[in-house]
Write a protein that binds this ligand. Structure first.
Ligand code: GLU
Length: 510
């Protein structure tokens, strides 16, 4: 394969939020393209105008940008193969469909929706509960195979509505080589005569995908497993158009499954189990419904694509953490599994935690500052620089930083009184009063000085430091968490420390 020429495409329909299965398809295409120094093309498949959703195209582009897998060619940055929206390529499809009619590989069909319904009723039997438009029924229907030439011409010249259907062979098998599955064969007579051109003059997906992959010089067509049943139609079309040598190499990616492995992961599973299924927040313009995305849940894009790549692929060594560059280096289509990959949100969070731990402040600081801002906290960058490294071990999601960090900037509002109250008494109360007086005398407010003062006061009043350290932490932080308590005290400063101790005494004495 000449690496220079690799051209792959991600071809979503702009119908709503971008499911993580879709992002993974885009990612695998991207990795393959980059590995072979080729081009990654985004083609918007918007021929089904009834399913078109405004804003969905821009949303898809935003998601790819956030993931760091921006296309090389798309509707906004066209290359030499435009247009990149199928709706703008409308004119060219009709001629291709008619070319197939002329060659005898396709035919005009004039059946009305009522006639199609009648056919389904008429030919329904126990053996065949849902009869199709195919070699068994086509000659009993109203089309250019069953009608005389004159009748057909009359219908066409009086502008009677028609569709163009492919004429599937009655015998034989259709073979395709899938880079993941090997040879896959289909019995031709089991596939129905799919519509290629609709009554509104728009192509169906089947016609458009082949014409476009050909005219955009796509070398590899990689897509989800749900498209495998359509593949025989596409292979035949490549052949019927006489383009067989240029047919792209195929691969159909395994499904992403529900956590219990029972079927394809859907948006509803995410709603039910409380995790995101879309890459980014999606606001449905029709229903006004907002669906949460991985980005807004607090995932780092590198963690998200790392996790996605490992859903159905690995490099064979057991390694799990990959940078994008490492993925590009190591990725091969052949190592993608055939079977579905179960989605595990806990594992997804583990990836994110690993990425948070290994990311430097420079990357994390602006993201965390923004999240804190959205939670009403305007955090000072100098303090953030100190506290991010000492809290990040505890964060699975960027949003976890809110709970882990907010007490550095504001007094805790929720205090775990129950953790202190049972062991609280007069003596402890006076210990903390004394501590305030002693702390007032600390000239240099450092973690070491605070610790020294705390321990000396404890010894003087015959306390084991361990017995008074928990109440101290809860006064400063609100709960039993956070980094070393003297470190926290040194960062929030003398005034805040003393104020929080006083508030704590008042609360626990109540
Ligand atoms: N338009 C199809 C989709 O929405 C693309 C399938 C393909 O890549 O051939 O996924």
């Amino acid at each position: 394969m000449s690496s220079q020429n690799v051209r792959v495409r991600f071809a979503p329909s702009p119908t709503g939020g971008l499911h993580l299965g879709g992002v993974r398809t885009a990612l695998f295409n991207y990795l393959f393209a980059k590995k072979h120094h080729g081009s990654f093309v985004l083609r918007i498949e918007d021929t089904d105008q009834t399913r078109f959703v405004p804003g969905a195209e821009q949303y898809i582009i935003d998601c790819l940008n956030w993931c760091g897998i921006a296309p090389d060619e798309d509707p906004h940055r066209p290359g030499n193969y435009g247009p990149y929206r199928q709706s703008e390529r409308k004119e060219m499809y009709r001629a291709y469909a008619e070319q197939l009619v002329e060659k005898g590989y396709a035919y005009y069909a004039f059946d009305t929706p009522e006639e199609l319904e009648k056919m389904r009723e008429q030919f329904k039997s126990e053996k065949n509960p849902s009869p199709q438009y195919n070699h068994e029924t086509r000659l009993k229907m109203s089309n250019s195979l069953s009608l005389s030439k004159e009748e057909v011409e009359k219908k066409l010249s009086t502008n009677q509505a028609f569709v163009i259907r492919i004429k599937m062979p009655e015998h034989g098998e259709i073979h395709l080589h899938d880079m993941i599955r090997g040879d896959v064969s289909f019995q031709a007579n089991l596939v129905d005569d799919k519509v290629l051109l609709k009554a509104d003059g728009m192509p169906t997906y089947h016609l458009a995908v082949v014409v476009d992959d050909h005219s955009m010089e796509i070398t590899h067509a990689f897509r989800g497993e749900e498209w495998l049943p359509s593949a025989p139609v596409h292979v035949l079309l490549w052949e019927y158009f006489g383009w067989k040598e240029k047919m792209p190499k195929w691969a159909h990616f395994p499904l992403i499954l529900k956590p219990d492995g029972q079927g394809k992961l859907s948006k509803r599973d995410g709603d039910r189990l409380g995790f995101p299924v879309f890459a980014m927040d999606w606001l449905d313009p029709k229903s006004g419904e907002m669906t949460k995305g991985f980005k807004e849940m607090g995932f780092l894009p590198n963690a998200f694509i790392n996790m996605l790549a490992l859903l159905g692929w690995n490099d064979g060594t057991g390694k799990e953490i990959f940078t994008k560059e490492e993925l590009i280096q190591q990725f091969t289509i052949e190592r993608i599994h055939k079977g579905g990959a179960k989605f595990d949100f806990e594992k997804a969070k583990w990836y994110n935690q690993e990425w948070i731990k290994s990311s430097d402040n420079e990357l994390l600081l602006p993201l965390i500052k923004n999240i804190l801002h959205n939670n009403g906290i305007d955090a000072d960058s100098k303090i953030l620089n100190k506290v991010i490294p000492i809290t990040k071990e505890r964060c699975h999601l960027l949003n976890d930083f809110v709970a882990q960090l907010k007490y550095f900037f504001i007094d805790p509002t929720e205090i775990d009184v129950d953790a202190v109250k049972p062991k609280w008494d007069e003596n402890k109360s006076s210990f903390f009063h004394t501590l305030i007086q002693e702390m007032n005398n600390i000239p240099n407010w450092t973690a070491e000085e605070v610790e020294k003062c705390f321990k000396e006061t404890a010894t003087k009043l015959q306390f084991k430091p361990g017995d008074v350290q928990l109440p101290f932490r809860i006064m400063l932080v609100g709960g039993k968490f956070g980094p070393a308590v003297f470190e926290i005290s040194s960062i929030i400063g003398k005034n805040s420390t003393i104020r929080r101790i006083q508030q704590g005494i008042d609360l626990f004495n109540k």
